[in-house]
Design a protein around this ligand. Structure first.
Ligand SMILES: C[S@@+](CC[C@H](N)C(=O)[O-])C[C@H]1O[C@@H](n2cnc3c(N)ncnc32)[C@H](O)[C@@H]1O
Length: 249
């Protein structure tokens, strides 16, 4: 995680789709914030407390949130990503940025009620079900009343999950709690298996609303959205990603 601590590290160049690969084979960072990350960025400066960007990578959302005047705590499991993020901002913004490397949720601790907004963008689809439950519970604890969580994840409706779709549908029929768990990533996306962790968890509206409502949240917005910037083999029918905004009333 912290290899090459004293060696200067730089941000990889974008690929042909404008995606930046992560240094720890945990997928890519997007070039621009999506619609739900943009909602986080808009809310951040008026949130009832500091903001937390989980899996911030090189700062696709942290940097514009800082530019809007927010105080942001950037988290990532790979400290090198956060070093690069910090190297990309101005001294004025650095005063409102805290770096919090670590493994969310199990190895992260913050004061209860100390955040006004939390973004978890394209991270939770690397978690198994129980860990998603623990993530929602921790975010609930960390948010102040009136605070909001913004979640974005990949869904079963991606082109590379076509072969997995019958399994997903069968699990839905069987009322499975976690119908989108893909145990074998190399079967699901052999091209990217080397740049993804072993477990992939495609998330849908039922799972996200159940988990966050059970943790105490009121769901404010929950919808699928398209990813015109994703590579052609991942794009499908406009439901490639799902976003959710939930509030702690
Ligand atoms: C697919 S990238 C997404 C980056 C960015 N949030 C975006 O939307 O483009 C996932 C990022 O989350 C980080 N990550 C993965 N698991 C994590 C965990 N358990 N705790 C904190 N960060 C994590 C990875 O290191 C990586 O930088």
């Amino acid at each position: 995680m912290t290899e090459a601590k004293n060696v200067p590290i730089s941000m990889p160049a974008p690929d042909e789709n404008g995606l930046f690969r992560t240094l720890n084979s945990m997928g890519t960072m997007t070039l621009r914030p999506d619609i739900f990350s943009s909602a986080f960025i808009e809310f951040a400066p008026k949130a009832p407390g500091r903001c937390l960007d989980i899996g911030a990578a090189y700062g696709v959302s942290t940097i514009p949130a800082l530019a809007k005047g927010a105080h942001v705590v950037a988290n990532d499991i790979d400290e090198r990503h956060l070093q690069i993020l910090a190297s990309r901002i101005t001294a004025e913004h650095r005063a409102r940025l805290e770096l919090a490397p670590g493994n969310f949720p199990d190895e992260m601790a913050f004061q209860p009620g100390s955040f006004g907004a939390v973004l978890i963008c394209r991270v939770m689809h690397f978690f198994d079900g129980p860990r998603i439950n623990r993530a929602a519970a921790k975010v609930w604890e960390w948010l102040a009343p009136g605070g909001k969580v913004f979640v974005v994840a990949e869904t079963p409706f991606i082109g590379t999950a076509r072969a997995f779709f019958p399994t997903y549908e069968a699990r839905l029929k069987a009322d499975s709690q976690w119908p989108g768990v893909v145990e074998n990533v190399s079967a699901h996306d052999p091209k990217r298996a080397g740049s993804l962790p072993g477990l992939f968890h495609l998330l849908d509206d039922r799972v996200l609303s159940r988990v966050f409502a059970s943790a105490g949240f009121t769901i404010e917005r929950l919808e699928y959205f398209s990813r015109p910037d994703y590579p052609a083999d991942i794009r499908l029918d406009g439901r490639e990603s799902i976003g959710m905004i939930a509030v702690k009333k």
